[in-house]
Design a protein. Sequence first.
Length: 339
Amino acid sequence: MDRAALEATAHALAAPGKGILAADESNPTMGKRLSQIGMPNEERLRREFRETLFTTSEMENYISGVILFDETLRQSASNNRSMVEILQSKGVIPGIKVDGGAHSMDSAPDEKLTTGLDGLAERCTEYYTLGARFDKWRAVITISDNLPSAACVQANADALADYARISQGAGLVPIIEPEVLMDGTHSIARCYEVSEWTLNTVYAALADRGVHLPGTLLKPSMVNSASDADNRADVEKVASETLRCLKATAPAEVPGIMFLSGGQSETEATAHLSAMNAMGGGPWELSFSYGRALQQSALYAWGGDSANCTTAQAAFLHRAQLNGAARYGSYTAAMEAEA
């Protein structure tokens, strides 16, 4: 393990004013995105949309890295340059999704356990040779009156820790993503409780495996009310409760907290991140690793038509700029209209 190289990559990904584009949707998930604009799930369209994003002028001013799906890591763009080369030429670090997706647990069918450890060391070694310098593994934690179970939290923490250890051994910075889902009606207080429990369990498992924390990044969900909760928490409450949870759980050695946007709109994700950076007080960079919250406007502007690429790139760059401002706590709602 080259600890210095891992630390350098982690700090570059969490650089001030920048964050990560999560463009790692599996082919079925990308098919759902394309269906929103009335397009079929074809390799050509998946490639063209991602090429449109990656070739956006000045995106490197706000995007430090891009998480890719296996297909994209191996793809070439329309000019025959590899997607990896396009990103590297901009100083953007290529990454890769390595988990095999969340599947129902045998002992608890209402809960999920992420698979993909079998053969992971070999895949990570190959991904490094293909140009990836970081990777990502997503665990899913469901909240209900009786969930999550201790078995689910522990099993996912153990898998995240095993993944992180294997990734670092292959030279990849692991992004550790324990997502507490927003689905349901639970309160922000219940989300805090589960988030704190989950993160403490994850970091105990990482310590047990000897994972080098300065060469990792954390990709957590924000502490938030459920999507169908009554009296959902406002921006300031989400920001303050998320920071309180992280200060209680995330070690200072972790260079960056790269929030996921799951369940939030583009504007919500940006506003919450900005509010947290305005409050500050943590030892880590507070950044983003957004998927839909960076891509949705661009997807609709593109509409599956290559003639709309410039318009789509403008929409993508605008959202990247807004999240860049949120990294400094300086985003305002008025900026939304300043495309």
